[in-house]
Design a protein. Structure first.
Length: 159
């Protein structure tokens, strides 16, 4: 029979994950409000940020991998962004059926404008928080993400 009792660390991580779900939902709503006037959503903004961070244009699948997201979801968002002129899809010399996603001038202007809106907002949000606490939280989240990436799927608890 499987063990159903959580260890103290397991209980703490469960609480952290539940709080992360709630935080994620609130962050998406806040991000949507912040960039709505730019024709963006949190999801579009995240995809644009991933494109900006890349060293060169990449196909959708690579951006999805970098984001830890499904290719299909990123493809849908890229299609929306292309339809509104924020990105263009260019021929890929290495793969005929996987075009490269390229940021347009309109996309760069929208991303830069979002960044200008985000800076004062994030400064207000972070008021009263200690940098050391934030760094510790980031370290824990990074460690959990790496463990999940190493598994390739959810752990069944049988290890």
């Amino acid at each position: 029979m499987r063990e159903t009792k959580r260890t103290p660390a397991g209980a703490a991580v469960t609480d952290l994950i539940l709080d992360l779900f709630r935080l994620n939902n609130r962050m998406l709503v806040a991000g949507d409000r912040l960039v709505a006037e730019l024709g963006l959503t949190s999801a579009r903004w995240q995809v644009l940020g991933t494109i900006v961070a890349a060293s060169q244009p990449q196909p959708v699948a690579w951006y999805a991998r970098d984001m830890g997201a499904s290719r299909q979801n990123v493809q849908r968002i890229v299609n929306d962004l292309a339809g509104e002129g924020f990105v263009s899809l260019e021929p890929n010399p290495h793969h005929r059926r996987a075009p490269l996603v390229v940021l347009t001038d309109k996309g760069k202007q929208a991303f830069d404008a979002a960044t200008r809106l985000q800076a004062p907002w994030i400064n207000r949000l972070s008021e009263g928080l200690q940098v050391e606490d934030i760094e510790t939280t980031c370290s824990v989240m990074t460690a959990l993400r790496r463990k999940l990436e190493g598994e390739g799927s959810a752990d069944d608890g049988e290890r």
